[in-house]
Write a new protein. Structure first.
Length: 685
C-alpha cells in the first residue's frame, strides 16, 4: 500500500505483558482490514508477525515485527512488540520508532509487570498511549474492575472511549462513547461492525461512562471546559478533537475493548487508531555536534531492526526521516561515518516483502544487504549529517559458556553468534581472555537458550551450555625470597641455571620486574629469560591454577655455566624461583566483585536485602525513584551466577537488575579452601 502524505500514516507499537493477545490482535486486525485473506492464529503457528521458528514453536514473540493494515485511506503501520521482560529491549526499539503505543491489557489479569514497564518507557520518551482491553469474552472479564485497576495502578486520566455490549461469552459489540453509537459484530466474522441501537439494559451505564469521558476531555482544554460549563455537554467533534489533543499531550489516555480471536471490536479499534492516534512527527535527533534538531531536512533512514534471513540475507527495517525517500541511492551512515548504498525499498508484511519505488516521511520500510548499517544507525545526507537518539540497551544479566558438540563447529560459532547479536543487540558474545571460554550473555537463561536453539536451526551449530568459570586471580600478602636452580646432566651438553629473587606485593600495577644484579653473575642476555619464566609460572598460578597478579620481582643474584647455560635453562630456573617464593609469601585468592543495582518495589525490599546478604553482598545504598526502589550493593561474581532466576522467583518477575565489574578482593578463607580443593580434584582428573 502506498500513501502520498504522512498525514495518512499511523505508526503504532502494540505493547503489553506476555499472553495479553497482542499478536492475535494484530493478526485479527490485518484480516478485518483486508490486508490478508486468512485469519492467522498463534496456536496454528501462522500469524503474520510471529514467523521465526522459535516463536512458532514456543508460542511467544521474541523479536519485534512490522506489518501494515489499510483502513479509510490510511496506512496503519503496526509494530508487534514482545511481551516478555527478557525481550523488552526489542519493545523499547519498537516504541521508539512509533508515534503512539497501543498498550494491551488482559481483560481478566489486569495490570502486570510488563504493562508497567511499557507504561513507564512511554512516559520516559513522552509518547502518547492508548490502552486496549483484550479478551473481553473470557470468563471473569469485567470492564468496571479492569478500569478501576488501570486507574489505580497507572493513571487516573485513563478514559474509556468504548463500552462493551455484553459480558464474557456474551460480549458482542461496543458502544462508541464519542459518537454515542452502538456497533455489533458477528462472532467469528470478518470483524466489521453493523450499526444499531444502544441496548436499553446498558444505556444508563453507557451514558454514565460518556459523561465521565466528556468531563475528562473538558479538563484537558480551557476552551472545551468553557463550552462544557456553558452547555453541560460537548458535541461529537469537540469530544473527538479533545481526545486527540489530550492523547498527544499525554493528558488523557483513551481506552478501547475487543475480543480479537472472534473479531469483536476490530473495525471500531481500527477507526480509533485512525481518529485518535497522531500522524508521524520528527524523532528526537542531534546534529553532528550534538545540538538537538527539531526537524531534520533531507532524506534519511533510522535502522530499528536487523533480520538475518537464511535466503534473503541481511534485511534492515527502517523508518523514513525528513523527506520522501527513493530506492537505489547513496546515503551517509552518520554512526559509522561511511557511505552506504541503499538498494530497492521494501515494505514488510511480517517476513513477506514487496518492492516500492518510494516511501514518504514517517513510513516504515526495509532494505536488503546493507553492509555497514546496524540497529540504531542513522542514514542521512552527507552534507547535513545528523543522528536520531536511539534507545539504551540494558546490560546482560546472565552469562553462559558455550562449547561445540562437534570439534569442527568451533570456527562456525563466532560467525553465527555475530549474526545473532546483530539481530538482537541485547545479546552479547565474547571470549574470556583468562579462561579461554566462549561466552554468550543475555537477559535471562531462556534468552540464551533461544539463541542456542537458533544456532542449531539456522546455522547447524550445536553447542553445550554450562556456567562460566569465575576468573579468580592469585596474589601474595607479604614479601619473600625465592631460589631456583635448574641442573640436568644426561651425557653431552647439560643444562644449568641458578637465580635468586625477591618477591613483594605491588599495589599500583599487575607486575613489575626489576633487575638488581651488579656484575655478571647472570649474563645480560639470560636475564629476560628469567623474567619470561616468572611470567609463565605466574600465568599457571600457584594455589588453584589462576593467574598471579599485583607483584614485583627483584632479580638479585645467580650463577651460570659457560657451556651448559641457556635461555631455556634460565626460564626454568625463573619458574622454580617463583614457586619457591610463593610458598613463603602467604598466597591468597582474589575474586571479582560486581557493582549490582536492583530495581524493585517496596514490598520485596526485605527479601532482596536478605538474599544479597546471603550472597556475601554489601549494601551501598538505597534510593527511591517514583514508586520504585533502587538498591545498590557490591557482591562477589561467583554469588551472582544464579541471581537472575532467583530474583525473578523472589519477586514474581517484578524486579530487575544490572551489574558491572567493580574490583578484585581477597576471598574469605573458608571459601578459598573450597575453591583450592575443587581445583585439585579437577587437576587429578
Amino acid at each position: 500500500m502506498k500513501v502520498e502524505s504522512s498525514e495518512n500514516l499511523r505508526n503504532v507499537a502494540v505493547v503489553g505483558h506476555n499472553a495479553t493477545g497482542k499478536t492475535s490482535l494484530i493478526s485479527s486486525l490485518l484480516f478485518s482490514s483486508g490486508a490478508v485473506n486468512r485469519l492467522g492464529k498463534v496456536d496454528d503457528g501462522n500469524t503474520v508477525t510471529d514467523f521465526d521458528p522459535e516463536e512458532i514453536k514456543r508460542g511467544i514473540s521474541i523479536g519485534l515485527a512490522t506489518c501494515f493494515a489499510p483502513w479509510r485511506q490510511h496506512k496503519l503501520n503496526l509494530i508487534d512488540c514482545p511481551g516478555m521482560g527478557i525481550f523488552f529491549a526489542e519493545t523499547r526499539g519498537g516504541m521508539r520508532v512509533a508515534d503512539a503505543s497501543l498498550l494491551c491489557v488482559h481483560g481478566v489479569a489486569g495490570v502486570q509487570v510488563n504493562t508497567e514497564k511499557a507504561w513507564d518507557f512511554a512516559q520516559e520518551i513522552e509518547q502518547p498511549v492508548a490502552l486496549h482491553l483484550t479478551m473481553m469474552d473470557r470468563e471473569n472479564a469485567d470492564f468496571d474492575t479492569a478500569i478501576e485497576n488501570l486507574q489505580e495502578q497507572l493513571d487516573r486520566s485513563i478514559a474509556p472511549v468504548q463500552y462493551p455490549i455484553g459480558k464474557e461469552g456474551g460480549f458482542e459489540g461496543v458502544i462508541d462513547l464519542i459518537a454515542h453509537k452502538a456497533y455489533f459484530f458477528e462472532a467469528d466474522g470478518n470483524g466489521k461492525a453493523k450499526g444499531g441501537e444502544i441496548p436499553e439494559e446498558i444505556a444508563a451505564e453507557a451514558n454514565e461512562w460518556r459523561s465521565k469521558l466528556v468531563e475528562s476531555v473538558a479538563e484537558t482544554d480551557e476552551e472545551l471546559m468553557e463550552l462544557y460549563f456553558d452547555n453541560g455537554d460537548l458535541e461529537e467533534e469537540q469530544i473527538r478533537r479533545g481526545v486527540q489533543q489530550g492523547m498527544q499531550q499525554r493528558l488523557l489516555f483513551p481506552l478501547t475493548v475487543s475480543a480479537a480471536l472472534h473479531g469483536v471490536g476490530n473495525s471500531a479499534l481500527l477507526d480509533s487508531i485512525v481518529d485518535l492516534c497522531p500522524p508521524p512527527a520528527p524523532l528526537p535527533s542531534t546534529n553532528i555536534g550534538g545540538e538537538p534538531l527539531t526537524d531534520p531536512q533531507g532524506a534519511g533512514l533510522l535502522i530499528f531492526k536487523t533480520l538475518n534471513d537464511p535466503f534473503a540475507g541481511k534485511i534492515s527495517l527502517f523508518r523514513v526521516l525528513g523527506a520522501t525517500t527513493n530506492g537505489d541511492t547513496n546515503l551517509w551512515n552518520a554512526n559509522a561515518e561511511e557511505n552506504e548504498r541503499v538498494g530497492h525499498l521494501l515494505q514488510m508484511q511480517g517476513k513477506q516483502s514487496e518492492t516500492v519505488d518510494s516511501l514518504v516521511a514517517g513510513d516504515l520500510g526495509a532494505v536488503a544487504k546493507l553492509k555497514l548499517s546496524q540497529t540504531g544507525h542513522t542514514l542521512c545526507s552527507k552534507d547535513e549529517p545528523f543522528q536520531v537518539t536511539w534507545v539504551r540497551r540494558g546490560n546482560p544479566a546472565i552469562s553462559f559458556a558455550v562449547e561445540p558438540k562437534s570439534q569442527g563447529d568451533e570456527e562456525k560459532i563466532g560467525d553465527a553468534l555475530s549474526k545473532l547479536v546483530e539481530e538482537d543487540p541485547s545479546l552479547k558474545s565474547s571470549r574470556d581472555a583468562q579462561t579461554g571460554e566462549f561466552l554468550i550473555s543475555g537477559a535471562d537463561q531462556l534468552h540464551v537458550e533461544i539463541a542456542v536453539a537458533k544456532l542449531k536451526e539456522r546455522f547447524n551449530v550445536e553447542v553445550v551450555l554450562h556456567q562460566p568459570k569465575v576468573p579468580y586471580r592469585e596474589t601474595l600478602r607479604k614479601a619473600a625470597n625465592g631460589h631456583g636452580r635448574h641442573k640436568k646432566q644426561s651425557g653431552g651438553r647439560g643444562q644449568f641455571a641458578d637465580c635468586k629473587i625477591a618477591m613483594e606485593p605491588l599495589t599500583d600495577g599487575e607486575f613489575e620486574f626489576v633487575d638488581e644484579i651488579f656484575g655478571g653473575s647472570i649474563p645480560q642476555n639470560y636475564r629476560p629469560a628469567v623474567e619470561k619464566g616468572l611470567l609463565e609460572a605466574a600465568e599457571r598460578g600457584y594455589l588453584a591454577g589462576y593467574p598471579v597478579v599485583n607483584f614485583r620481582v627483584r632479580l638479585l643474584d645467580g650463577q651460570y655455566h659457560d657451556v651448559d647455560s641457556s635461555e631455556m635453562a634460565f626460564k626454568v630456573a625463573g619458574s622454580l624461583a617463583f614457586k619457591d617464593a610463593m610458598a613463603k609469601a602467604s598466597a591468597v585468592l582474589l575474586e571479582p566483585v560486581m557493582q549490582v543495582e536492583v530495581t524493585t518495589s517496596e514490598e520485596f525490599m526485605g527479601d532482596i536485602m536478605g538474599d544479597l546478604s546471603q550472597r556475601r553482598g554489601r549494601p551501598q545504598g538505597m534510593e527511591a525513584k517514583g514508586s520504585r526502589q533502587i538498591v545498590t550493593a557490591t557482591v562477589p561474581m561467583s554469588e551472582m551466577l544464579s541471581y537472575a532466576p532467583a530474583l525473578r522467583s523472589m519477586t514474581q518477575g517484578r524486579a530487575s537488575f544490572v551489574m558491572e565489574f567493580s574490583h578484585y578482593e581477597e576471598v574469605p578463607k573458608q571459601v578459598q579452601d573450597k575453591i583450592i580443593a575443587e581445583a585439585a580434584r579437577e587437576a587429578e582428573g
